[in-house]
Design a protein around this ligand. Structure first.
Ligand code: SDX
Length: 393
C-alpha cells in the first residue's frame, strides 16, 4: 500500500519501471500528474507550472515559479549556427523530420550540458530542452513556409511566446489571441506526460545507456512521430477530412470493424484507457471554445467528429472492445482552426511531451539502482544447425 493506491502484484510484475510522476487508471479514465487530477491542472494551472510539477514533484511556490520562469527564459534562443543548420533541409521536409534532426543536433552545440554524471549539467540540459523546443518547433514551421525566423520575446509567457514565433512577421505587430493562447497552453498540459507510453519508454531506454539528454529526447521525437502514437492527431484529421460528411460515417465505421481491413478509426482506442480518455473530454471542450471564438461552431469536421463519436460509442463492436476517443480525436480540429498546418500537429505534441520526457529521464538517471535497459525476448527462430557451403545449397 502506498497512500491511496494498492499495488496489484500481477500488474507490477509486468511494469517496466517504478515512477512517481504520472498515474493512469485505464479502467476508470483517471490521469494524475504527481497526484493532481489532469482536469484541475488543465483548468486552474498553466503549462510552465506543469513542467515544474513534473520535474520536481510539487507545485511551485511564487518564488520557485519566478525562479523557474527566469531560468527557462534564459535559454529560449538557440545557437545562431542552428539557424544555418536548417538551410540543409528541403523546404517541403516534414517538420517532424526537422525536429528529430535539430533536437539531436543540440548535442553538437551545448557540450557543457551533456555530461549526465554532473547534476548541474543535467539541470541545465533540462532547462535548455524545455526552453528551446518551442523555438526549434517555430523555426521548423517558419522554414517550411519560407518566412524568416522570429526570435523569442521573453516578456511573453511560454505559450504566447511560441505562438508569436510561429505567426509574427517582421512587417507588422503580432497580436496574441488570448483564447488561442489559453487553449494551446491547456493542450500542452494535456500532452505533457502519460506514464510509460512508447516515446517515453524510448527516452528512458536511450537514457539508460548514458546517452546525452538531447540525443534521448531526439529518440523520443522519432518514436512519437508514428501514426499509432503521436502521429495519430495528424492521422485523425486526415481521416475526418476523408470521411467529409456525416452521411459517409457508417461506411468508415464498417471498415474499422472489418478484421480484413487495416483501416482503424484514428483518435479512437488506447493501450491503457478502456474508458473515456480524460484528456479527450477536456480536448473536446477546448475545441468548442476555439471554434466558437472563430464563429465556426458548425464546422463540418466538428460535426463529423461529434456524430462519429456518437455512432461509435453506441456500436457493440466499440463497446465490447472498450474503444473510446483518445486525446488525438479532437486535437486536430482545434489546431487546424488555430491556423496550424496538419504537418505541425505532432510537433506541437512533441513540444508538450518534452516536459514529461525530461522528467521521466531525470527520474531514471537519478535512481541509484538504475541499470542499462536490456529487454529480453522469447526466441522462436531455427534450432542450432551447421553451416552449409555455397556449392552445397
Ligand atoms: C497516443 O500509450 C500512450 O499513452 C499513448 C498516448 C500518450 O499520451 O502518449 O496516449 C498518445 O498515442 C494515443 C493513441 C493514438 N493512436 C490512435 O488513435 C491510432 C488509432 N488507435 C489504434 O491504432 C489503437 O487503438 C492503439 C494503437 C492506440 C491501441 O491498439 P491496440 O493495442 O491494438 O488496442 P487494443 O489492444 O485495446 O485493441 C483491442 C481491439 C483490437 O481488436 P482485436 O485484436 O481484439 O480483434 O480493438 C481493435 C484492435 O484491433 N482496435 C480498433 C481500434 N483500436 C483498437 N479497431 C478500430 N479502430 C481503432 N481505433
Amino acid at each position: 500500500q502506498t497512500g491511496m493506491f494498492t499495488y496489484d502484484p500481477g500488474f507490477t510484475s509486468t511494469a517496466s519501471c517504478e515512477s512517481e510522476i504520472t498515474y493512469i487508471d485505464g479502467d476508470e479514465g483517471v490521469l494524475l500528474y504527481r497526484g493532481y487530477p489532469i482536469e484541475q491542472l488543465a483548468e486552474q494551472g498553466d503549462f510552465l507550472e506543469t513542467c515544474y510539477l513534473l520535474l520536481y514533484g510539487e507545485l511551485p511556490t511564487p518564488i520557485q515559479r519566478r525562479d523557474f520562469n527566469y531560468r527557462i527564459t534564459r535559454h529560449t534562443m538557440v545557437h545562431e549556427q542552428m539557424a544555418r543548420f536548417f538551410q540543409g533541409f528541403r523546404r517541403d521536409a516534414h517538420p517532424m523530420a526537422v525536429m528529430v534532426a535539430s533536437v539531436g543536433a543540440l548535442s553538437a552545440f551545448y557540450h557543457d550540458s551533456t555530461d549526465i554524471s554532473d547534476q548541474r549539467q543535467r539541470m541545465v540540459a533540462s532547462m535548455r530542452l524545455i526552453a528551446k523546443i518551442p523555438t526549434l518547433a517555430a523555426m521548423a514551421y517558419k522554414y517550411s513556409i519560407g518566412q524568416p525566423f522570429v526570435y523569442p520575446k521573453n516578456e511573453l509567457d511560454y505559450t504566447s511566446n511560441f505562438l508569436r514565433m510561429c505567426y509574427a512577421v517582421p512587417c507588422e505587430e503580432y497580436k496574441i489571441n488570448p483564447i488561442f493562447a489559453r487553449a494551446l497552453d491547456r493542450i500542452f498540459i494535456l500532452h505533457a506526460d502519460h506514464e510509460q507510453n512508447a516515446s517515453t519508454s524510448t527516452v528512458r531506454l536511450a537514457g539508460s545507456s548514458g546517452a546525452n539528454p538531447f540525443a534521448c529526447i531526439a529518440a523520443g521525437v522519432a518514436c512519437l512521430w508514428g501514426p499509432a502514437h503521436g502521429g495519430a492527431n495528424e492521422a485523425a484529421l486526415k481521416m475526418l477530412t476523408e470521411i467529409g460528411t456525416v452521411e459517409n460515417i457508417p461506411k468508415y465505421v464498417a471498415r474499422a470493424k472489418d478484421k480484413n481491413d487495416p483501416f482503424r478509426l484514428m483518435g479512437f482506442g488506447h493501450r491503457v484507457y478502456k474508458n473515456y480518455d480524460p484528456r479527450a473530454k477536456i480536448m473536446q471542450q477546448t475545441c468548442h471554445e476555439v471554434l466558437n471564438e472563430l464563429g465556426m461552431k458548425d464546422d463540418p469536421l466538428l460535426q463529423v467528429a461529434i456524430e462519429l463519436e456518437r455512432i461509435a460509442l453506441s456500436d457493440e463492436y466499440f463497446i465490447e472492445k472498450k474503444l473510446y476517443p483518445n486525446i488525438d480525436f479532437y486535437s486536430g480540429i482545434t489546431l487546424k482552426a488555430m491556423g496550424f498546418p496538419i504537418s505541425m500537429f505532432t510537433v506541437l505534441f512533441a513540444v508538450a511531451r518534452t516536459s514529461g520526457w525530461i522528467a521521466q529521464w531525470k527520474e531514471m538517471i537519478e535512481d541509484p539502482g538504475q541499470k542499462i535497459g536490456r529487454p529480453r525476448q522469447l526466441y522462436i527462430g531455427a534450432a542450432r544447425r551447421d553451416y552449409v557451403p555455397l556449392d552445397k545449397r
